[in-house]
Design a protein around this ligand. Structure first.
Ligand code: NAD
Length: 355
């Protein structure tokens, strides 16, 4: 990994603590980098055990956003916010609006969006206090739920991986296992079935499974992720929680490609090498799941669905570019993705010197 200003150890530009005792708001906003533009990233509303846990999370998440935006080709930096507390009991109009005022006070250096525990309706509320917000409802000039665009981007990444591995992007007849058929996973299944793939799914939620069964009776269901991973798959798509790829899972995997929507799939650093050693082609998570980010960022230009979808289609070429660089430089695709993102941040920010 590159060291220095644009490496993963490069530090953050700004970290802001926000407090409003009357509403119970306790938030931290982290701006990792504005090298490519304003720092966009969601606000996570979560009952952290301690302020330290919240800080660690927001620092890691905001850095991840810098890489994600850079690789997606957006003119955006990386930022993220956390609100400490249980959203079910603490969330209120005054609290969200107080948060909106703090976002506004940063003058556009940070632009907020949805994340775990925050929804489109919350963004509409925050938008009453600041214009630096995306992920709003279509009624409010936003683009609505980004899950569809995320699923479409993962599908494009998977086609690119298929072309790299098998010489054709066609997924017809390929057996694809999807773990987690929630908002993104089930829409990915739609694309896969339409493309003629043979789909196997699993989910801990019976309701989620029932929805997929109703839409696609041909889809096979297995008991859990461990069983799915040991199936004779061509592609494995983790679409549930982070940490999906640990040592045991990589050892058990029979698929030749891993490409899914889940964030932070690599359980620890070094797993990307294990995948490489086993000859499994890993499509970096933060690249292939950037369709949702591309959608919400398009709101900054007045949302246009076709334009956003065209940009998300571009993830096909970008995924191929990452695989090509990985081969050229003899590194796993996850490392190649980081290098491409770091190079873009360094090259574009250098241009600011030209007046
Ligand atoms: P979701 O909560 O709608 O769906 C997740 C699904 O995974 C649920 O159906 C849940 O029951 C299932 N699940 C949980 N634990 C499981 C387990 N152990 N085994 C099998 N299934 C399990 O979430 P989502 O919006 O579909 O997001 C899925 C993943 O993609 C998350 O990691 C999220 O961070 C990431 N992601 C989502 C978006 C988006 O636009 N929604 C964008 C980028 C990344």
């Amino acid at each position: 990994m590159t060291e220095g200003v644009f490496g993963r150890d490069g530090g953050h530009e700004q970290v802001v603590y926000c407090q409003d005792p009357q509403t119970g708001l306790k938030a931290i906003i982290a701006v990792h980098s504005t090298a490519l533009g304003p720092a966009l990233g969601g606000v996570r509303f979560y009952p952290y055990e301690s302020e330290r846990d919240a800080l660690d999370d927001v620092l890691a998440l905001s850095m991840g956003m810098s890489y994600k935006s850079a690789l997606a080709g957006l003119d955006l930096g990386g930022g993220k916010a956390v609100i400490i507390g249980d959203p079910d009991t603490l969330k209120s109009e005054p609290l969200l609006r107080a948060y909106g005022r703090f976002v506004d006070s940063l003058g556009g250096r940070y632009i907020t969006a949805c994340d775990v525990g925050t929804y489109v309706a919350d963004m509409d509320m925050i938008a009453r206090e600041t214009t630096f917000v995306t992920g709003r409802s279509s009624d409010d000039g936003g683009s609505g739920d980004p899950s569809g665009m995320t699923a479409y981007g993962v599908f494009q990444g998977m086609r690119a991986a298929a072309e790299h591995r098998w010489g054709s992007p066609d997924l017809r007849g390929k057996r694809v296992g999807v773990s987690g058929v929630g908002k993104v996973g089930r829409l990915l299944v739609d694309h896969l079935v339409e493309a003629g793939a043979e789909v196997v799914v699993t989910d801990v939620s019976e309701a989620a499974i029932d929805r997929v069964r109703a839409a696609h009776p041909s889809v096979r269901v297995v008991a859990d992720t461990a069983e799915l991973v040991s199936c004779d798959l061509d592609v494995y798509a983790p679409c549930a929680l982070g940490g999906a790829l640990d040592d045991a899972t990589v050892a058990a995997l029979r698929a030749e490609i891993v490409c899914g929507s889940a964030n932070n799939q690599l359980a620890h650093s070094g797993v990307e090498k294990l995948l490489d050693e086993r000859g499994i082609l890993y499509a970096p998570d933060y690249l292939v799941n950037s369709g949702g980010l591309i959608q919400v960022s398009d709101e900054l230009h007045g949302f246009n669905y076709e334009r956003a979808r065209r940009k998300v289609s571009g993830l096909f070429d970008m995924t191929k570019k990452v695989f090509a660089l990985a081969e050229e430089e003899g590194v796993p695709p996850a490392t190649a993705a980081d290098r491409l993102a770091e190079r873009r941040m360094a090259e574009v920010s250098r241009l600011r010197m030209i007046r």
